[in-house]
Design a protein. Structure first.
Length: 406
């Protein structure tokens, strides 16, 4: 029986997908690239419904790709840029979004639409943290802070150079530092020794004109005073350009699990207090193995303490792995559940030889006497029966090697 045009039918009796046709609006391009996987569309007419600093997570906007809803709304923009996969945010007068497969929504041939009805709104599947990565936080550019940062950068650079002495020096070698932090002083210290530097981070610290020029000026002064033999042209080029020229320093803004460098392209990978914050170690080590040249190496300082309580550094081992994962934070700011012997096994499983592990941080006897009885009773902990000797080690330096083939 024909009932006439659909718009005469009560919306309440229509299936949701059909009712959505009455409410959905076309998201019109062209979409502007933001950063990474993020694109933007201008929606000033819906600003009164959008998220803002005063009204966070209030927008009822739902985004659809070929009619399929994306369910991760109100996402901090750095996640959209680095993770993609359909994450979106209706913020002030714009929509920040990514396609389902991180392709260009201007050219992938798919139709994007949206609704702004509470009837079709779905709460996000995850609660996204507002915690900002340290690299994206405000810089303290006071003379005292810059002096401290220069001293720290030189200390780390010298440590890394000491780690690499057994590899015959760094001149002419491609060295990748993962997780370089708020400035690139240590890797540029190696560049002044003749290394070819690369930095990679899920959240690379952007150039801050109020901080970085003065930091690198002071770093250059200290290097000229303490190491007059060094070639300071890398620092000169950065100061002249007011940024990082790509022929001086290559930058890759990606997590180590998604490393985009070519296979067999890096001589040495270094990291300092980074691997304890990796999400998927098996995938990360697979990528590190892939990009390392045959005969190349990795040097990694790892801190295995519970980062929420350094004075009680093994408390997280009382949890099950799943319980720890639920509380570890968006950026793994709680540290890692793995123990050094687990990480060594994962390095070997990816193909690396573990040439050496040098423990350099240990739990106190008093704390071990406190934690061990409780750990032995923690039925959900995978480390319930682990020996005191293994549990005592809280940090150390891994040296791994990619063997020559054929």
């Amino acid at each position: 029986m024909v009932v006439g045009p659909l718009y005469y039918v009560s919306e309440a009796v229509l299936p949701e997908k059909l009712r959505r046709l009455f409410y959905s609006r076309c998201l019109r391009g062209p979409f502007a690239p933001n950063e990474g996987y993020c694109w933007t569309a201008h929606l000033p007419e819906w600003r009164h419904l959008a998220d803002s600093l005063e009204t966070p997570q209030c927008s009822p906007l739902m985004l659809y790709e070929n009619g399929v809803p994306f369910l991760e709304a109100h996402v901090p923009h750095q996640y959209i840029r680095t993770e993609g996969g359909g994450l979106f945010s209706h913020w002030q007068d714009s929509l920040f979004f990514s396609s389902s497969d991180n392709s260009d929504p201007n050219t992938n041939g798919r139709r994007y639409s949206y609704t702004v009805s509470r009837e079709f709104y779905r709460p996000p599947a995850r609660v996204w943290s507002d915690f900002r990565p340290v690299n994206l936080s405000h810089r303290d550019a006071s003379p005292e802070a810059i002096a401290r940062d220069v001293t720290y950068a030189l200390d780390v650079g010298r440590n890394i150079l000491g780690w690499l002495r057994e590899f015959g020096g760094v001149h002419g070698k491609v060295i990748l530092e993962i997780g370089p932090g708020i400035n690139f002083g240590p890797i540029l210290f190696l560049a002044c020794h003749g290394a070819i530097p690369i930095v990679a981070d899920r959240f690379l610290a952007p150039w801050d004109p109020n901080y970085h020029p003065e930091f690198y000026r002071q770093l250059r002064i200290e290097l000229r005073h303490q190491h007059p033999e060094l070639d300071l042209r890398p620092l000169d080029a950065i100061l002249d350009a007011g940024t990082y020229p790509p022929d001086v320093l290559s930058q890759i803004e990606v997590g180590v699990e998604s490393m985009s460098l070519s296979s067999n392209s890096v001589d040495i990978v270094v990291s300092n207090a980074v691997l304890e914050h990796v999400v998927d170690h098996a995938q990360a080590f697979f990528q590190l193995y892939r990009i390392t040249k045959p005969g190349g190496s990795g040097v990694h300082q790892v801190d295995f303490r519970y980062h929420k309580s350094f004075d009680r550094p093994l408390e997280h081992l009382l949890f099950s792995l799943s319980d720890f994962e639920r509380t570890s934070g968006a950026f793994r700011e709680s540290g890692t559940y793995l123990r050094p012997f687990d990480m060594a096994d994962l390095f070997r499983a990816s193909g690396f030889e573990v040439r050496n592990f040098s423990p350099d941080l240990f739990a106190s006897t008093e704390y071990l006497q406190d934690i061990l009885p409780r750990l032995r009773k923690a039925r959900k902990s995978r480390y319930r029966a682990t020996s005191e000797e293994k549990l005592r080690i809280l940090g150390g330096l891994f040296i791994v090697h990619k063997p020559l083939r054929g």
